[in-house]
Design a binder for this molecule. Structure first.
Ligand code: MOS
Length: 777
């Protein structure tokens, strides 16, 4: 055997198994796929925001060189809406009506021999409209209110009375703008029909979701649809919904009887794969003089397009954030003529935590407590709704260890009291929590006669590292050297897996891989346990150790047999077992965990006994503000994270750094802007500015806590945890640096400069000039 595996690989920092492929350019993303005879589709989108199509002049395009088809609502077949999934209903199918509901709506598709011919022909299509005055704001009386069906309103105690009686009270409103997922890789689909069977290469975080959607839309058997995506590229949530352009690629292939490739343009990426909808949030908090929260009211209102439904849990996190007896949360959506929204990393939670953690910070100053001390005082030692103890919760350690590493003690409490040369220095903190949604997941595992293991599941890897972590986990659970283990994903022909989203895939897939690999070892044990010729005769899972591709009797290591020997003696080429994850909090008498090659019975506490905790973190931020330029720089971040059992500290740390980078973008830079007609103007990466390496400086991540008790794997999701609370930590640090409380993201140069000018005006002899300057802004 090539290596001796003395201790668990899980828990050690390891490079990505797909890292080399990626840096060599050998990883195949959907945009890289080419199949023989492939034609190309280009989408033509609405240039108006609301109205009807009066006419589509497509003759010139139809006659242009290389054109195979021009498809519009006039000739498109009827497409039904795909099935509702655990993520809610899908977006409406495209090209079904002459109604224009938003800028960037797909109105026509040109299919041609080459991409260039399709582009040239698309430019010849002329669309005339009957325009309506678009609904763009919640203040427009035509904007319909939708009460959120997916995150029910919550009440406990009597928040009105508590707020009225509070010693200290805070009522503020916070807003967040539309944000856009901006993955570098353009989303692409290649669709190939063979009779009624459809193969689709698609940029998606959920192969089975796309499969079921396409089957529903085209009225075919899901078993006849195969979705492939071995590498997704960046997605951040943009790949969670089954988008109309994927349906259109399949439609183009069906109509032209050719394989068809469709690649969204960069501008189309801003209107066709969802965005984080803007929010207006009202926070009312009450506290006693001793610093205990007595009431929390969180009312949110967010935008949604005219015809869709979207789960957007803005207030959900607030319900279990703090030990507070009186609480009320309400979430509504208002309909406007905007592109179909979607999900963007920590959807709802990123926005909601900005408001909540800003308000908590404001209240800490009002009550006169250090922001950390105030949070410690109000820590939810048990679940505030149910009173149940948590399945794991190391948030107090996050505060303590994070503060220590950050050097919080050096902070002078008064705003605007710390400087570094001419720069204003501020320290800020925020709490972060993200419940991971662990949905059922299946996997299949094989050990072959050559001693290799192949484990697979139809999940995806958008970059955080399932390929790597699941390879490590399978190696541990099977006792096969990691070089001989391969993990496969990104194919709906593999066992059914949930989306890579909601921070739940590592948990769901990990528990499935864990259970399946234990099942496979169990199958080997069954083969040998009553085999007279095996040295392992009579063995049971609890009495063996797996290591180096062999099963050993733990108490008598000289008694062992390799998987290869067992397969050979039984004349088998391989042994394969299917398995699935258990629901968190549900274990059977045969559930095991694997540690150092041994199998240990495992019982999870029931959900009646424990509240299932998600990931928890405390973010500490130092900002430097230039009072002359209005720039806010995040100089330093310490994030102390309770992610339960950390499977690979290297990839988990990368996840946290990525979330911090997006949080910096959300706090300081990112904002989708529309003009007064509702036309999106920020449709390039020059106009929609995201954080780059230069914006992300000194980042320190520390993991604290223990394996979560609810599942054999013990991991809690960390994918979206770091962006949660990050914008608030930066806003809180900015307040500490400047005395300016920015309640409306992003914390732009204009907002900071206006504040600095107003300070200058009131305090210096150049008041007149400064006053002018701030007015001009
Ligand atoms: Mo995430 S928005 O659940 O990919």
């Amino acid at each position: 055997m090539s290596s001796t595996q003395a201790v668990d690989i899980v828990g050690t920092a390891r490079d990505r198994v797909d890292g080399r492929l990626k840096v060599m350019g050998a990883a195949t993303y959907p945009i890289d796929v080419a199949v023989p005879g492939m034609a190309h589709a280009i989408l033509v989108q609405s240039t108006v925001t609301s109205g009807r199509i009066r006419q589509i002049a497509a003759d010139a395009a139809e006659q242009a060189p290389g054109v195979l088809a021009v498809i519009t609502h006039l000739n498109a077949p009827v497409l039904v809406r795909g099935p509702v999934t655990p993520l809610g209903p899908p977006p409406l199918p495209p090209l079904q009506t002459d109604m224009v509901l938003h800028y960037g709506q797909h109105l026509a598709m040109v299919v041609a021999e080459t991409n260039e011919q399709a582009q040239a022909a698309a430019a010849l299509i002329e669309i005339t409209y009957e325009r309506d005055v678009p609904v763009l704001s919640p203040d427009d009386p035509r904007s319909a209110r939708v009460t959120h069906p997916w995150t029910p309103d919550t009440t406990r105690g009597n928040v009105r009375r508590a707020l009225a009686a509070a010693d200290v009270r805070l009522d503020e409103s916070y807003t967040t703008p539309d944000n856009a997922n901006s993955p570098i890789g353009l989303f692409a689909t290649v669709a190939v029909w063979d009779g009624d069977a459809l193969t689709v290469h698609d940029t998606t975080q959920w192969p089975h979701g796309v499969r079921d959607n396409l089957a529903g839309v085209f009225g075919i058997d899901p078993a006849g649809v195969r979705v492939l995506v071995p590498f997704v590229g960046g997605a951040f949530g943009a790949g969670l919904r089954p988008w109309p352009h994927t349906i259109l690629a399949a439609l183009a292939a069906r109509v032209t009887k050719r394989p068809v490739k469709l690649v969204l343009t960069r501008a189309q990426m801003f209107t066709s794969v969802g965005h984080r909808p803007n929010t207006i949030q009202q926070l009312s908090l009450g506290a006693s003089r001793e610093g205990h929260l007595t009431g929390i009211e969180h009312v949110s209102s967010s935008s949604i397009d005219m015809a869709d439904e979207l789960i957007n849990p803005i207030t959900h996190g607030t319900t279990e954030a703090y030990a507070c007896p009186n609480l009320s949360t309400r979430a509504t959506q208002f309909r406007v003529n905007v592109p179909t929204p979607g999900w963007m990393r920590a959807p709802g939670e990123a926005e909601g935590s900005f408001a909540l953690e800003s308000a908590i910070d404001e209240l800490s100053y009002a009550v006169g407590f250090d922001p950390i001390e105030f949070r410690l005082k109000n820590h939810a030692h048990v679940h505030p709704e149910t009173g149940l103890p948590w399945s794991s919760n190391a948030l107090l350690d996050c505060y303590r260890q994070g503060a220590e590493r950050f050097g919080w003690a050096a902070r002078s409490p008064k705003p605007r009291s710390m400087r570094n040369g001419k720069l204003l220095v501020g320290y800020g903190v925020a709490r972060a929590a993200l419940q991971a949604y662990q949905e059922p997941c299946k996997a299949i595992a094989t050990i072959r006669r050559d001693g290799t293991a192949f484990v697979r599941s139809g999940a995806t890897d958008i970059g955080p590292g399932p390929y790597t972590v699941m390879t490590m986990l399978a190696a541990d659970c099977l006792g096969v050297p990691i070089e001989r283990v391969r993990f496969g994903l990104g194919d709906s022909a593999m066992p059914k897996a949930p989306q890579e989203g909601g921070s739940g895939l590592t948990g769901a897939l990990g528990n499935a891989v864990h259970a399946t690999c234990v099942g496979l070892v169990g199958a080997f044990v069954r083969l040998v346990s009553d085999d007279e010729s095996s040295p392992l005769k009579g063995c049971r899972l609890e009495g063996i150790t797996v290591r180096d591709g062999a099963i050993r009797i733990t108490d008598d290591p000289a008694r062992f047999e390799t998987y290869v020997d067992i397969l050979a003696r039984h004349g088998l080429d391989e042994l394969t077992i299917e398995g699935e994850s258990a629901t968190p909090g549900e274990t059977s008498s045969s559930t095991m965990i694997v540690r150092e090659g041994r199998f240990i019975p495992f019982t999870a506490p029931s959900r009646d006994a424990r509240a299932h905790a998600g990931g928890l973190a405390a973010h500490f931020v130092e900002v430097h503000v230039d009072p002359d330029l209005g720039t806010v720089r995040v100089a330093r971040v310490v994030s102390a994270v309770d992610g339960g059992r950390i499977l690979n500290p290297k990839t988990a740390r990368s996840q946290i750094i990525g979330g911090i980078a997006m949080g910096i973008g959300m706090a300081l830079l990112e904002e989708s802007v529309s003009d007064r007609t509702g036309r999106l103007v920020t449709t390039s990466l020059a106009d929609y500015v995201v954080a780059t390496n230069a914006d992300v400086r000194d980042v320190d991540v520390v993991f604290v806590g223990q394996p979560d008790s609810m599942t054999p794997l013990g991991a809690k999701g960390v994918g979206e945890l770091a962006i949660t609370g990050m914008a608030a930590a930066i806003a809180n640090a900015t307040y500490h640096a400047t005395g300016l409380r920015v309640r409306s993201l992003p914390i732009s140069i204009e907002k900071v400069l206006a504040h600095e000018c107003s300070i200058l005006r009131s305090s210096s002899p150049v008041a007149a000039i400064a006053g002018w300057a701030s007015k001009e802004i």
